[in-house]
Ligand binder design. Structure first.
Ligand code: NAP
Length: 430
């Protein structure tokens, strides 16, 4: 289906093209040519405000992001926001939790941002994240984790943790290949393994398959290395469980090193080379490629966080690591995320809808604001990203913060979401 450049899913417009119109007449779609985004001065960016507390945090976030762009570029650059619907609002206005127009708009405009969505329990619901991941091949889940001064944390020195996790998003656990223990398929697979390989499994064993490919690993590791090089980060750590699963997790490590030492040969050095050839010191200007077994990585996050900067991990390791790392710096209220492929990206708050706070103007908008910061960086609008980060940091340090941050800080005062946003915007207007 064709999506009109300035129209997409909405309740009011002509059938077929949806209805909501981008308010800014200069807004234009982002293009993708030669492996690079072509971002106009006023890119159309679809947003989904989300369910539950989604509208509360989105209202705050959009003001902060717009103020950041204004602070960095005056009026020259702006974001042409385009609302698209998913979740409960989509059900109300379009009669579907995930209208096709929403998927089409995100495909057409390439870069989108979303608040949290309710996941209804029971069958029949297409999850937006799963659908987008599959349709747009968003093969990397990217989660930056760092501490903001004034955010209560269980760690003694949370500021030492400053990492970006690149987690493979399509294979491994997310391939979703498994059979219930009492199914005919599981019985067939057990019989095949017994007859073909002499592997005897219990008759009541469920079966899961863990596919990890060279191609899938290479593109994920390539994205992580390129990110580290572009941002001057010192190292990329390949995290795996290769001591036990040699041909999946172990292969992830081997394929990662192979990619690093062929495609990026002049710009990287492996830990082995550092020890053998460079007297234990990383040569000036080289990106260090190292690896760590997953369980040791959890210890390192707590005990030696400064030794890691960018992590590249298979799906399941990355799942655990992302949330554990977020907890160290104070929890999910401030943890942003993105699902990224080649020329497509969807940025999102990593927490859920927190329904008990819906409409109360209470929760922390930090996660969706920082997802917006990631989005600005992805667009190449680094000045705006830096302005928003610094204003957010300043507002938190001032101590007038949302309930979750005030809870662990005797020196802080609780303010509503909207007032917190006022403070951040005021800093950006200075
Ligand atoms: P949740 O919505 O993340 O809420 C769990 C707790 O996390 C909240 O009670 C609150 O803790 C804290 N929290 C969440 N968002 C916060 C914010 N912005 N500021 C401050 N604290 C925040 O998890 P859930 O209750 O398990 O899930 C609720 C719904 O969200 C479910 O339908 C689930 O499927 C969905 N979900 C969606 C996504 C997504 O769309 N990406 C992700 C996860 C869950 P306190 O009450 O202790 O302060």
């Amino acid at each position: 289906m064709h999506v009109d450049p300035r129209r997409a899913a909405g309740p009011d417009g002509p059938a077929g093209s949806g209805g909501a119109v981008v308010a800014d007449p200069e807004a234009a779609p982002i293009a993708y040519e030669g492996g690079r985004l072509q971002v106009p001065d006023v890119p159309i960016v679809p947003f989904i405000e989300g369910d539950g507390t989604g509208p509360d945090i989105w209202r705050a976030a959009v003001r902060i992001l717009d103020a950041g762009v204004r602070a960095a570029y005056g009026g020259r650059r702006r974001i042409g926001w385009l609302e698209v619907y998913a979740g409960e609002k989509a059900q109300a206005v379009r009669g579907s939790l995930l209208p096709d127009e929403t998927l089409e708009a995100i495909r057409a405009y390439r870069v989108a941002i979303k608040g949290p969505l309710t996941t209804p329990v029971g069958g029949g619901f297409r999850s937006l994240n799963v659908t987008l991941r599959q349709q747009l091949d968003l093969y990397a889940c990217v989660r930056p984790v760092r501490h903001f001064r004034g955010v209560p944390s269980p760690a003694v020195r949370p500021g030492d943790l400053d990492i970006v996790i690149f987690r493979e998003n399509i294979e491994d656990t997310y391939a979703g290949i498994e059979w219930r223990a009492d199914s005919a398929e599981a019985a067939d697979v057990r019989a095949f393994l017994r007859q073909r390989f002499g592997i005897g499994l219990r008759e009541d064993a469920g079966i899961g398959v863990k596919p990890m490919s060279r191609g899938g690993t290479r593109r994920l590791v390539r994205m992580a290395i390129q990110y580290a090089l572009d941002r001057g980060r010192p190292s990329v750590t390949l995290v795996h469980k290769g001591n036990i699963m040699k041909y999946t997790e172990g292969a992830f490590r081997d394929w990662g090193y192979e990619l690093a030492t062929t495609d990026f040969r002049d710009r990287v050095v492996t830990w082995d080379e550092v020890v053998r050839l460079h007297g234990g010191r990383v040569p000036e200007g080289r990106l260090l490629i190292q690896d760590s077994i997953a369980d040791i990585m959890f210890q390192h996050l707590l005990l030696r966080p400064r030794e890691h900067s960018v992590l590249a991990t298979p799906n399941l390791n990355g799942d655990y690591l992302s949330d554990a790392a977020a907890a160290i710096v104070g929890g999910i209220g401030m943890a942003p995320g993105a699902n990224i492929g080649d020329g497509y990206a969807v940025f999102e708050a990593t927490h859920g809808t927190a329904p008990k706070y819906a409409g109360l103007d209470r929760v922390n908008p930090g996660s969706v604001v920082l997802s917006g910061v990631m989005m600005l960086e992805y667009l190449g609008w680094n000045e705006a990203a830096a302005a928003v980060t610094s204003a957010l940091e300043g507002a938190i340090a001032d101590g007038a913060v949302t309930y979750d941050l005030a809870r662990g800080r005797p020196d802080a005062r609780e303010v509503p979401t909207s007032v917190f946003a006022d403070h951040v915007v005021a800093r950006l207007a200075r």
